[in-house]
Design a protein around this ligand. Structure first.
Ligand SMILES: NC(=O)c1ccc[n+]([C@@H]2O[C@H](COP(=O)([O-])OP(=O)(O)OC[C@H]3O[C@@H](n4cnc5c(N)ncnc54)[C@H](OP(=O)(O)O)[C@@H]3O)[C@@H](O)[C@H]2O)c1
Length: 395
């Protein structure tokens, strides 16, 4: 069993987190498009490319990523944090419980579900926990009593506001997995550590986790934004049915999905807005659902503003993500079956057409891992003062 921590220790731990914030993030490149103020981008790529290969290797590792991982530099807190999880029965809640169970510093204390109220939590071995059906008032009381350091909301869109409101100005960390605060810059940080300044996330007490499609799409588009042509890039996305959550709907109806590919929300999907909002350029997103359980495949058609080669483009991505442990740049288009159960994103393909002014980039992501629970844990690690990748199985 893990030992208890006091609120004072937790707050103290948060207070030392800014130590990590002193890590220098390379200067922003000229913002090509719109409001990309939070999102870091490629820099000095041409300079990197003109170096000798040995010099370039070390340059790539050290300098081409303007927002390098904080990794162990973020580890300033040696005391476990107590976690409360609201929406624990769902797919993302369960994926997070598995990760917390293996994490040396996360001490799950409360799990809330209306359906499982009174039952014992299975699959968590660090202590015995019984599901509760916590109201916003009960959450606020537990928080006031100093029983929890971090609240995770794994609730459907539009449900968590009463909980967040009840917590008010609490100094506890709140991480929301829904879309409710993803467009609210005043609420807190948008928790996409590879693209948003990690030091900002590390200092936040309110973090909104990006959507699953939106994480994969932004990671697959951000490095090439500077070279985006006039027409919007189009993301063709296919998700396994766990992306639709546990509430029965056509999108998780296994019989309907068998031998089938289901197009839905073909314009105006919330992730179309999210990707466009955070990248600062309009992006077209056409989602589909299919019969596998977990994993997303994205095929992205990107018009370019100049002639480029596949090799140039792949190099830009490799440079941008140098040192990242959860983003892998590969040559071939990645397969969704290879990403299932994995914790990162794979980006590849980089097929350029005969004009040299259009590239197709492919990406895969496990929607429940880097698309939800793994990214949530990465953000928790950053904001609670642990090593950025602690408890995340890295390949
Ligand atoms: N699934 C994904 O791939 C994915 C990826 C990224 C982000 N997300 C986002 O993460 C959130 C959770 O997704 P999920 O797939 O885990 O959903 P889910 O499987 O449908 O689970 C939803 C959870 O919320 C609880 N819940 C539902 N309505 C509630 C209400 N009115 N009041 C209190 N609790 C309620 C449910 O438990 P009880 O009914 O037992 O209370 C359950 O634990 C969603 O906002 C989703 O958009 C999902």
């Amino acid at each position: 069993m893990l030992s208890a921590t006091s609120g004072a220790v937790r707050i103290g731990a948060r207070r030392v987190a800014p130590r990590a914030a002193s890590v220098v993030v390379a200067p922003m490149p000229k913002a090509p498009l719109g409001r990309i103020t939070n999102i870091t981008n490629i820099t000095n790529i041409a300079q990197a490319r003109s170096l000798s290969s040995t010099a370039r290797l070390s340059y790539a590792i050290n300098n081409t990523n303007p927002n390098p991982p904080l990794g162990e530099k973020n580890a300033s807190n040696e005391t476990p944090s107590r976690i409360g999880l609201i929406g624990a029965r769902g797919y993302t809640g369960q994926a997070l419980i598995d990760l917390l169970n293996a994490h040396p510093n996360m001490d799950l204390r409360h799990v809330s579900s209306r359906e499982l109220n009174g039952q014992e939590l299975k699959g968590y071995t660090k202590r015995k926990i019984i599901y509760e059906n916590l109201s916003p008032e009960e959450v606020a009381q537990l928080d006031k009593d100093g029983k929890v350091d971090c609240w995770v909301m794994a609730l459907p869109n539009g449900v968590c506001q009463p909980f967040v409101q009840a917590l008010g100005q609490s100094s506890s960390l709140i991480i929301d997995l829904s879309a409710d605060y993803r467009f609210d810059d005043a609420w807190g940080s948008y928790g996409l550590p590879e693209l948003v300044q990690r030091s900002k996330i590390a200092q936040s007490t309110r973090i909104s986790c990006p959507g699953c499609y939106a994480t994969g799409s932004q990671l697959a588009l951000a490095p090439i934004l500077e070279h985006l042509g006039a027409a919007p890039a189009t993301v063709f996305g296919v998700s396994g049915y766990s992306g639709a959550g546990t509430k029965p709907s056509p999108k998780n109806d296994v019989k309907l999905l068998h031998d089938n590919l289901m197009p839905y929300s073909l314009t105006g999907h919330i992730h179309e807005r999210e990707i466009s909002h955070h990248l600062g350029v309009p992006i077209a997103f056409i989602p589909h659902c299919s019969s596998w359980f977990r994993g997303i495949s994205l095929t992205i058609n990107i018009p370019l503003n100049k002639t480029m080669t596949s090799r140039d483009i792949r190099q830009i991505y490799q440079d941008r993500y140098a040192g990242e442990k959860l983003v892998k740049v590969v040559s071939e288009a990645p397969f969704v079956k290879s990403i299932q159960g994995k914790h990162g994103v794979e980006i590849g393909g980089f097929a350029v057409d005969s004009t040299g002014k259009r590239v197709v980039v492919c990406a895969t992501i496990d929607n429940l891992n880097k698309g939800a629970a793994t990214q949530c844990l990465q953000n928790m690690n950053l904001a609670l003062g642990y090593g950025e990748y602690q408890g995340i199985p890295i390949e």
